[in-house]
Design a protein. Sequence first.
Length: 445
Amino acid sequence: MKKKYFGTDGIRGIANEYPIIPSFLKKLAYASFEYKKKKLKKIIIGKDTRISCSMIEEALVDAFLILGVDCTSIGVVSTPILAFSTKKYKYDLGIMISASHNEYKDNGIKIFNNYGEKLSDKDELLIEKFLDININKSKKKGTFVEKKIEIDDYGSFLFNNLPNKLNLKNKKIFMDCANGSLSNIAPNFFKDLGANIIEYASNPNGTNINKNCGAMYPENLSKLTKSNDADVGLAFDGDADRVLVSDENGKILNGDDILLSIANYLNSCKLLKGNCVVSTVMSNLGFRDYLKNIGVKLYLTSVGDRYVIEKMKEICASLGGEQSGHIIFSKNGFSGDGILTALFLLCIIKEKGCKMSEISNQFKKTPQKLINFKLKNKAEKIIEDKMLQKRITKFKENDEFITDILLRKSGTENLLRFMVQCNNQDQLDLIINDVKKIIENIDDY
């Protein structure tokens, strides 16, 4: 059965438009209560910096209190901090209010189980099944408290997951906080390790999250890292479950680069569990070839960190990730964490005594392009078009070139994503122009 509301990363939409409205959010709270077989005693809620977060939190809390569920709000935190806190402080469910890298008008809900892990597709389907049930009010109303999170606990947890002790004295780091969840956390966290931090986009006002900043703007990160003579540049997304990195020359390390650097390091230390890595079908062909050549087995999944995590659990892998920058460590409760990823990379260059540029050029990238289409029609209509499918098949079966093409509906936005990679740039350009025309013609029909 197909999910109606949950996408690849929770439920998302435009705030104050269905389903991100109080009446639906209350139903979601009731459904979550029923999903837990009415044994839901206490939940923890975190949020990013969007202006609509308070409306969503209020609707959820009101509904849970009526059911007798105790609610703890820890305010503005990153998604990984919320996930960590859910498990650490023994909550039955964790709820993160965020639309990650989307613009401020959007918002969403991510739900975590008592282990601090995202719910499975099966669990989300079950919650959707209970959305229209009638709920009886509890005789005893739940309590609501606002609590400041213990960052020291989270910090200790992160440091315990690093390969060695980290001192960032004399390191100059450019840091783009995306006006998001880490704006008041990450700069101080890295300063405490001795780093000289150049802060950028760390003044959220409710409407500027991800606005011309953050992980979706690698050109910014590249330019500003270089112009500030920083050793490293870091750009988080709105809820900081991922990070993009720039070396001192302004070269961007995307998720493939980061994942490969960490896999290489762990492999050399004989610490890569199962001698394997999990990534998605979006990964670069050059990345895949490099891992194969060093004897590391690569497992590919559908797009979405939840599918990477599922495969990691299935094969007992310790490392996985996505090209978008989500890096998953099994020791971290299978949660993507921008801060941990950045710390791990900094540990590697510190131990090796090298610059970030020395680990940023480890494989030759196959020419690759991702194009997003805003559609008038449903994405399914485009994807299932016979003429388009025939054309894509023809390109993929051309033995003269090594080609990979992926056409899919975004799981987080109303977009059609078209990814193509080919070992010949001219052929890549030809494919892009050809497929683009077909898609635009179908959408105009």
